[in-house]
Design a protein around this ligand. Structure first.
Ligand SMILES: C[S@@+](CC[C@H](N)C(=O)[O-])C[C@H]1O[C@@H](n2cnc3c(N)ncnc32)[C@H](O)[C@@H]1O
Length: 398
């Protein structure tokens, strides 16, 4: 969508077309071809019709990520993909607001996922984006949500930041989907981010980065916070020293609320990892806990140890529940070799099976197919390695 078409979409005529597109999409039960045909019958301009229909489709797609507010917002497909999900953005904004900066500027605000959260949290907020369409969408999104804030299209690296109490940046990342963390090619660049966090450019800074950030890339005195939402690691945020309260933190968000584990919760931080034989319970730490290097904090919390010093499974004889891990009873130990494993599962009348693995070269989907179990009992099997030896554990979640 170009800027001119987007600006037209915000006019009364544009909003009427958007309403018609919304109804056409619902009447066509989400079928894009039927919805397009219906919209084109009343709107001869192909660009405008496409802009309205794309907006409706992206609003529907955005609801799981951005919540019900999404149905009033504007997106481009890429900007929606890059936007911070609502619960994570709200957490960050609440944390920043608690530090009471006079204001915050969002450097590269995109369509305003984080910017809206800052404003919702009561911060005096401004956003800039190099891309004029995204900046216009961010401005329209604040207005649509009844939130205050100023937006401008400009290059963040040329902005005088002295007037702001805090800065936030969420650089556009090339190759962000891969497992390898690659800070080259970020815009704004990593050198700019580093200066925000440690230099004199800003009084306080928060930067969102990919969760794969190596610990040794985190500048001295800066806090790294890994955040998961519903068990999935979403991002890491780097907090400059004036906002940092620890060195490493895992924040776990779920429908039930939010919990945080820090390096101070880990009695083994910097010490040898506690390792022990398999107990009656197995604990699988949340991905944010693993990324934050706090698996041994979970081990301490359950009065247990790791099965293997290099693999993130914790075991204990005691039963605990916590938001930082999934907990299982260890029902039995099974043979690790595939043929014998299958025989043991058949003997137990197993059919539907969940396969979890860590530290072993197994593709659960493929193994499930090869096992071809047809029994009635559901089972969860954990495949892992202890001292280089494969182990298969039959477990039950609790
Ligand atoms: C990952 S997106 C931000 C998403 C945003 N946090 C959200 O939740 O919607 C990064 C944004 O930075 C913008 N950007 C990249 N380099 C910039 C620069 N030098 N100045 C301003 N904006 C920039 C891109 O256009 C892009 O919209």
């Amino acid at each position: 969508m170009d800027l001119e078409t987007f600006r037209w979409l915000l006019t009364d005529d544009g909003q009427r077309l958007l309403d018609r597109a919304t109804h056409a999409y619902a009447d066509a039960e989400g079928d894009p071809l039927r919805a397009t045909a219906a919209v084109r019958r009343t709107e001869p301009d192909a660009d405008r019709a496409a802009a309205a229909l794309t907006t409706v489709q992206l609003r529907v797609r955005a609801v799981p990520k951005m919540g019900e507010d999404a149905v009033r917002m504007y997106f481009t497909p890429d900007a929606l993909e890059q936007a911070t999900r609502r619960r994570v953005a709200d957490h960050r904004a609440a944390r920043l607001a608690a530090a009471r900066p006079a204001s915050v500027v969002d450097l590269g605000c995109g369509i305003g996922g984080d910017l809206a959260a800052f404003s919702r949290a009561g911060l005096v907020s401004a956003g800039v984006d190099l891309d004029p369409v995204r900046a216009a969408m961010a401005e329209a999104n604040l207005a649509a949500l009844g939130l205050a804030g100023a937006v401008m299209s400009t290059d963040a690296t040329e902005l005088d930041l002295g007037a702001f109490g805090a800065v936030f940046a969420d650089p556009a990342r090339r190759g962000a989907r891969g497992r390898v963390f690659d800070q080259d090619g970020w815009t704004p660049p990593w050198s700019f981010v580093e200066e925000l966090l440690t230099g004199g450019r800003a009084a306080a800074a928060v930067v969102k980065v990919a969760p794969g950030i190596p610990h040794d890339l985190v500048p001295e005195g800066v806090e790294a916070e890994w955040v998961s939402d519903d068990g999935e690691v979403k991002e890491a945020a780097l907090w400059s020293s004036s906002l940092a309260t620890t060195q490493r933190r895992a924040t776990v968000i779920s429908g039930g609320g939010l919990a945080s584990l820090t390096a101070e919760d880990d009695p083994y931080d910097g010490l040898e990892r506690p390792v022990r034989p398999l107990g009656q319970h197995l604990y699988e730490p949340d991905g944010a806990v693993i990324r934050a290097g706090l698996v041994t904090a979970v081990a301490a919390g359950v009065e247990g140890g790791l099965l293997d010093p290099h693999i993130a499974y914790v075991t204990s004889d005691k039963s605990f529940r916590s938001p930082f891990m999934r907990a299982y009873y260890v029902v039995d130990e099974l043979p690790f070799r595939e043929k014998q494993l299958r025989a043991a599962l058949v003997e137990r009348n197993v059919g539907p099976i969940t396969i979890k693995k860590r530290g072993v070269d197994v593709v659960p989907e493929q193994l499930r197919k090869r096992l071809a179990l047809t029994g009635d009992e559901e089972a969860t099997v954990v495949l892992t390695r202890v001292d280089g030896v494969g182990r298969a554990l039959l477990v039950r979640p609790f």
